[in-house]
Design a protein around this ligand. Sequence first.
Ligand code: PAD
Ligand code: ZN
Ligand code: ZN
Length: 413
Amino acid sequence: MATSGKVIRCRAAVAWAVGKPLSLEEVEVAPPKAREVRVKIVATGICRTDDHVIEGSFLDIDFPVIPGHEGAGIVESIGEGVTSVKPGDKVILFGLPQCGECCFCKNPDSNYCLKSHLSVSQCLLPDKTSRFTCRGKQIHHFLWISTFAEYTVVPEFTLAKIDAAAPLDKVCLLACGFSTGYGAAINTAKVGTQLCPGQVHRSHPQKRSATASSSSRGRLSRPHVVQVKPGSTCAVFGLGGVGLSVVMGCKAAGASRIIGVDVNKEKFARAKELGATECISPRDFQKPVQEVLTEMTGYGVDYSFEVIGTADTMTAALASCNMNTGVCVVVGVLPTGSVVPIDPLLFLSGRTCKGTLIGGWKMRDSIPKLVSSYLEKKFNSDLLITHTLPFAKINEGFELLRAGKSIRTVLLY
Ligand code: PAD
Ligand code: ZN
Ligand code: ZN
């Protein structure tokens, strides 16, 4: 391409300091170095995690920074040694790398990579320099991908080539929101089997007598036949873009009861459309929501998901799953340094609590497959997109998110 090897001047949304609105600026984007790729971003979603960055509550971010991590685009140029993509390829960028070399990347049961931001800062590229400058100042990268820029430079292992037929303004959500929620249900929790013995039903007397007659014909039978009701029960705390993707994952996994929990009742209609069997607002009850959910289900749900990011909702989600085999999956990102007081008795009887990063997917391996599934209409992540705005209206997109008016806003460049 004509721009290959040259500095590109383009627009980007810069967060100059904590708590300040994003500022639309002209930035310089240097060419990619070895093992790096420069990408022309075509579309990016706005995720609550970007808002956590702007408000200063997300893990050790160096300012000024260009946030954004739900982007899709087209490769503009590649640095030396890049083999997996070439200029013109459609790609999705992701904030959880897959270097392929660390012990966790080599472990088939893990999607955590030691090059992730929780282990090494991703505010500068791996060679500890930035490719962005603005008004003579160095600007930091975010999760190595900074998609709130018309052009960005990323390490090769933070992107994957996708099907040329994929609509970038739709599949950008697969970079984070959709994949996180859907994967939290099907990969992390492995929703599908019903775990709580409280939900089993004794067989109908007539069926029992049928069994007895089988027995009389000498076939193997058990005196108390138990029919396990198919499907499990789930509670999803937070019905934003990520929580609704959990709902979709729970439905796809065959859950029989999916209870959405949100203080904003405007989210209920979409949640039901996507698979929630009922929705409740904690504000409608005098008692804690965990008690409400326990009463609704007998012993608590099989799986609970915290998809908000507060200490209170994390405690409530944990206490909402059944005391023995219940699994609570923490998806929401709590402010850095948060401490959640938890009564150890909640675990003593067997409950499990686990976290998920981007839904457990090994991103480089999984993104092309998820895009194929999208194209085959195996799921409809388009239903998460409530607003589409030009990039210049990025702050309006954040206002919609903060006001609870949007699920996902996609920005077009
Ligand atoms: P969102 O703001 O669109 O959705 C959050 C929802 O929670 C909204 O519908 C709110 O109304 C609702 N809510 C807020 N407070 C309460 C409350 N006290 N009780 C009940 N409902 C409440 O955010 P999102 O869906 O984009 O992201 C959700 C969280 O997931 C957020 O913390 C984000 O940082 C995190 C996330 N984690 C990962 C990961 O890999 N673990 C990836 C992407 C996002
Ligand atoms: Zn995100
Ligand atoms: Zn790795």
